[in-house]
Design a protein around this ligand. Structure first.
Ligand code: SF4
Length: 320
């Protein structure tokens, strides 16, 4: 006789998983492999997801951390969705390497803002996380010292600009909307003339995924975020769930990582995925719950998304 499975409501956040920038970056590697054949070199993980990286590696992508690991070759070198410092494409050109840029257009938008502020003589504050490749790429758009990094409210209180009248701020695209608003409020109070982005730098995908988590956080016993530990937007989703009232929030890469003991007695579980996590991993997690519980899946939608970004010119023919 089979034991009856306990009932469990799975609240599935929508939108979740791949954003337009990640989708484009993966397509760039895929199409480059189709058009030029392997190997295709990719500087840094194309997006922060082991499953995606391993799938592309199996097709012939070779991942390197730095450009000097790429041999002299006619094969393409692709820069990741997070963006790169100006010195990187310059070094590729010096070596006559054929490079394709998979930087998300919404990250490029922040790079352009930084350049405009710099040209107008403004000191720039970047709100972001030290060590993240997007932050390194954005700071590397301008000469050293042009951009100051602020990570926390305490940093915003302590920041001493050269001139409070000639100041602008930009942000990383994958931050917590609420934490960033608190940091910005401090900067605006201290420096009323600080110039803000025309349109939010935190991207639509980050905002929508956080909004969907906030909608369910107070109504669930636990939250699962599928994503990589080095994925900024995934980490933020886990934090947002806890701050919005969910008692326990877990960031996992695959179903195998689930600590089932933590779900004993829980009757409603939220599920979402960071912008670099493919839907197949969400299905895997739902399947793992269905093996142990009588699962009722309910989708909670915070926004509809229809954003698509153009591919680089060199690959458009391959896509047709
Ligand atoms: S999370 Fe936002 S900025 Fe990052 S790749 Fe996706 S759309 Fe672009």
């Amino acid at each position: 006789m089979t034991a009856t499975k306990p009932p469990l409501d799975l609240l599935l956040c929508s939108p979740r998983g791949f954003c337009a920038g990640v989708d484009r970056a993966i397509q760039i590697v895929d199409l480059a492999l189709q058009k030029f054949g392997p190997p295709v070199y990719v500087r840094h993980e194309i997006v922060h997801n082991r499953y995606v990286v391993e799938s592309l590696r199996a097709k012939g992508a070779v991942f390197v951390e730095e450009l000097d690991e790429v041999p002299d070759t006619d094969q393409p070198v692709i820069f990741s969705a997070h963006g790169v410092a100006k010195a990187i494409p310059e070094a590729a050109r010096t070596r006559n390497l054929f490079h394709l840029d998979a930087t998300c257009p919404l990250v490029t938008k922040v790079h352009r803002e930084a350049e405009i502020h710099f040209r107008r003589g403004r000191e720039i504050v970047l709100i972001g996380h030290a060590g993240h490749p997007e932050v390194a790429g954005t700071m590397g758009q301008l000469p050293e010292g042009a951009i100051s990094l602020i990570e926390t409210e305490a940093d915003a209180r302590a920041f001493r600009p050269k001139s409070a009248k000639q100041l602008a701020f930009i942000t990383q695209t994958t931050l917590s909307v609420d934490d960033t608003a608190a940091v910005v409020a401090i900067l605006k109070e201290r420096f009323p003339d600080i110039v803000a982005p025309h349109k939010e730098d935190i991207c639509y995908a980050t905002t929508n995924r956080q909004e969907a988590v906030k909608r369910i956080a107070g109504d669930i016993g636990a939250m699962i975020v599928i994503g990589a530990p080095n994925s900024s937007n995934s980490q933020r989703l886990r934090e947002v769930a806890e701050r919005a009232g969910c008692p326990a929030s877990f960031l996992i890469q695959r179903a195998d990582d689930i600590d089932w003991a933590a779900f004993a007695g829980v009757r409603r579980v939220g599920v979402t995925a960071g912008a670099s996590a493919p839907e197949i991993l969400v299905e895997e997690v739902i399947g793992a719950f269905a093996e142990r519980f009588a699962v009722n899946v309910e989708v909670v939608t915070a926004a509809e998304e229809d954003v698509i970004f153009n591919l680089p010119r060199e690959l458009r023919v391959a896509a047709e």
